[in-house]
Design a protein around this ligand. Structure first.
Ligand code: NAD
Length: 375
């Protein structure tokens, strides 16, 4: 038996944003509160949403103060702003940070609890307010997942929170919103999505359903991410990477992520490395370390991505995959942690704690090869 949770109302493709009023109507929602970040407010995207909704008779109230890797303080401020009005749903507009903030605020609006009490192993299935996710990066897949990640700024912990309550009711997946992403952001968020697809496929909790989504996602993202980076206005490449990120989100939300994400979160929390970039730094080396745990499944990935042909043995295909991931990092300019400028002494001091935090998130237990803390 495979249990699946998927967003029930999806609009996918260029111009999908214009469908927001229809999707709200179909879901029986009429009083949205929108959560976004300062860039979306300044760039005019928030105003566009406001106008689209006004034309259908819906007036919008918004919070524009989300920070990257959203904190508990940011969530509480957004929650207080929501409570100043009467709302029946929460829209998250932006990258993973505003969408994740919206998910947590939607739960806290209904349940008297705190983000710290909601982190794994807690599972929050009882819903809060419905969430509408409108991604503007092609990366996290948060529009498709039953996951939110909130940083406890007092302990520098990125808290993974899971449960059906975080599954968006509506996902508006419009690649045109990603055309403004600069090269670095495109590369980092796209690699985040590629990592979701790879980790979902090799996860110990994968199923035939998530396999199908993961394989089609990694194929699209691998083929089109370099073009999206080099030619930001390329609609075909943007559309492919956006769809791939959405598929990868559905795949990992119903399988899991694994060791790369488990280790990436503490690096992001302690050193403020953007999430996609810390994934990219880890992906080739962790893939190399994990190959022996599932040579056949890594080989399928390499073949799906066009890195290895059918004649190569599984072992050779896995080796080719690692080589290609290293070359791709060089091509899109991913630095090593040292090259990024992380303080080596602080890194060494924090390593035992980061290993503990990685294991505590549960993600590494889904990896084909499960590490000990010392490994
Ligand atoms: P983000 O939301 O933090 O945004 C990063 C920056 O990009 C911001 O300054 C933002 O304003 C800018 N930006 C966003 N869209 C843009 C656009 N179209 N053009 C130009 N600039 C734009 O970045 P992210 O990588 O999308 O999200 C990262 C967060 O998502 C992390 O906290 C991570 O842990 C979380 N995450 C959540 C899930 C999930 O399933 N909930 C999965 C993976 C990651």
């Amino acid at each position: 038996m495979t249990a699946l949770v998927l967003p029930p109302f999806v609009r996918l493709g260029g111009g999908a944003l214009n469908e927001l009023p229809t999707a709200l109507r179909q879901a029986g929602l009429s009083r949205p509160f929108l959560i976004t970040d300062p860039f979306m407010a300044a760039s005019g995207t928030l105003e566009r949403v406001r106008v689209i909704l006004r034309e259908s008779g819906v007036e919008l109230r918004a919070f524009t103060g989300t920070v990257p890797d959203p904190t508990v303080a940011c969530v509480n401020t957004a929650l207080a702003a929501l409570r100043e009005g009467k709302h029946d749903c929460v829209i998250g507009l932006g990258g993973g940070s505003p969408i994740d903030t919206a998910k947590m605020v939607a739960v806290l609006a209904v349940h008297d609890t705190t983000p710290a009490a909601l982190k794994v192993p807690h599972v929050q299935d009882v819903p809060g307010l419905p969430v509408i996710a409108i991604p503007t990066t092609a990366g996290t897949g948060s529009e498709a997942t039953r996951v939110t990640v909130i940083t406890d700024e007092t302990t520098d912990e990125k808290m993974l929170c899971m449960g059906i309550a975080y599954q968006p009711r509506i996902a508006i997946v419009d690649y045109e919103l990603t055309l403004s992403m600069p090269r670095r952001l495109t590369a980092d968020t796209g690699t985040d999505a590629l990592t979701h697809a790879l980790e979902a496929y090799v996860s110990r909790r994968a199923s035939p359903f998530t396999d199908a989504l993961a394989l089609t996602a990694m194929k699209r993202i691998w083929a089109c991410l370099p073009t999206a980076c080099a030619d930001p206005g390329n609609h075909t490449a943007r559309a492919e990477v956006m769809q791939g990120a959405f598929e990868a989100g559905m795949a990992f939300s119903n399988a899991s992520v694994a060791l790369v994400h488990g280790m990436s979160r503490p690096i992001g929390a302690h050193f403020h490395v953007p999430h996609g970039l810390s994934n990219a730094m880890l992906l080739p080396e962790i893939t190399a370390w994990s190959l022996s745990g599932s040579p056949a499944r890594y080989a399928v990935c390499a073949r799906a991505m066009g890195i290895a042909d059918e004649n190569l043995s599984d072992d050779a295909a896995g080796t080719a995959l690692v080589k290609a991931l290293r070359e791709r990092n060089a091509e899109i300019g991913v630095p090593s942690p040292k090259g990024f400028g992380l303080d080596a002494k602080r890194w060494d001091n924090l390593l035992p704690l980061m290993a503990e935090q990685a294991l505590a998130s549960g993600s590494p237990a889904n990896n084909p090869r499960v590490p000990t803390a010392s490994e």
